[in-house]
Design a protein around this ligand. Structure first.
Ligand code: KIV
Length: 323
């Protein structure tokens, strides 16, 4: 992809496949969306294939979330996710994305120990992963760390409320800000993160009334997950909205598809057809006009013989199959 800049300061991305150039979503686009009352659509992505689908569907923001530790790697928390893994997934997602702004999540222990490490790790997500900004969990206590990252010209999205990296401190994945004291603390955190320079804020697992108060007090956009309709945008984990895990049914998730069912039934049909030899049928097989069975034509396969006769059909450029 080739980047250019248009008159509005937005980055244009020309696709190498000859498609139309598109206006890249930037952190400035998101601020304008809040001002114009246009909801921001964010969704997680972990690989190039899903990134392409979600980008084509019109996502404004793709988040390479550390939720990949749970939905992709199968852990029961996000805590085991490493920086190297995040870089790997960010690179895959940015390769599959044309229009959306891509945010890379800072995994557990990549920013908590020191501001220097935080800058280095945020820089890796940008330089190696190709993302346009980073997200980290936590409130006012991370102001200094965030300031250091911003000084390196890396935009930061904040994340407060139910912060999964603090699962042990919270005593589980528990809605935050239900009582007055924690609600006030979250409100103060939101203002502090805006003040320090975050360009947007994820509000996760908080009552909708608190999310509404915070959203109207801020000039930067809020993006909610389990935080009600008043946020400036919404985010869901793509595996959740696509219904890929039949056992995960939290209140805040709406399933827009049953991809567990669709994927399972497609695989079951494939296996049944393999077992019955209905697949591969003639339509999905290559035929030779010249090659006879080795038993009836010993010259086939002999040194010097062409492996592919002159009239052969061509295979697709798939997984090393010769074209
Ligand atoms: O890791 C993640 O996917 C997230 C979103 C749920 C906001 O942080």
């Amino acid at each position: 992809m080739v980047g250019t800049v248009n008159g509005s300061g937005q980055s244009k991305t020309e696709s190498t496949d000859g498609g139309e150039p598109v206006d890249k979503v930037t952190i400035h686009t998101l601020k304008r969306q809040k001002q114009a009352g246009q909801k921001i659509c964010m969704v997680t992505a972990y690989d190039a294939t899903f990134a392409r689908i979600l980008d084509d569907a019109g996502a404004d923001v793709l988040l390479v979330g550390d939720s990949l530790g749970m939905v992709f790697q199968g852990h029961d928390s996000t805590l085991p996710v490493t920086m190297d893994q995040m870089v790997y997934h960010c690179r895959a997602v940015t390769r599959g994305t044309r229009r959306a702004h891509v945010v890379g999540d800072m995994p557990f222990l990549s920013y908590q120990a020191s501001a220097q490490e935080a800058v280095h790790n945020a820089g890796r997500l940008v330089a190696e992963g190709g993302v346009g900004s980073v997200k980290l969990e936590g409130g006012e206590e991370f102001s200094e760390t965030i300031a250091h990252i911003l000084r390196a010209s890396i935009p930061v999205m904040g994340h407060i409320g139910l912060t999964p990296q603090s699962v042990h401190k919270m005593g589980g994945y528990v809605v935050q800000g239900r009582d007055e004291e924690t609600a006030r603390r979250l409100y103060r955190d939101a203002l502090a993160l805006q003040e320090i320079g975050c360009y947007a804020l994820v509000l996760e697992g908080v009552p909708l009334e608190l999310a509404r108060e915070i959203t109207s007090a801020l000039s930067i956009p809020t993006i909610g997950i389990g935080a009600g309709v008043h946020c400036d945008g919404q985010v869901l984990v793509c595996y959740d909205l696509l219904g890929l895990n039949p056992d995960f049914k939290p209140k805040f998730v709406k399933r827009y598809a049953d991809l567990y069912g669709a994927t399972r039934s497609a695989a079951e049909t494939f296996f049944a057809e393999v077992r019955s030899e209905a697949f591969p049928d003639e339509e999905h097989s290559f035929k030779s006009k010249t090659i006879r069975l080795v038993a009836s034509n010993p010259s086939v396969g002999a040194p010097g013989a062409s492996p592919q006769g002159p009239g052969e059909e061509k295979a697709g450029p798939v997984y090393g199959v010769p074209v």
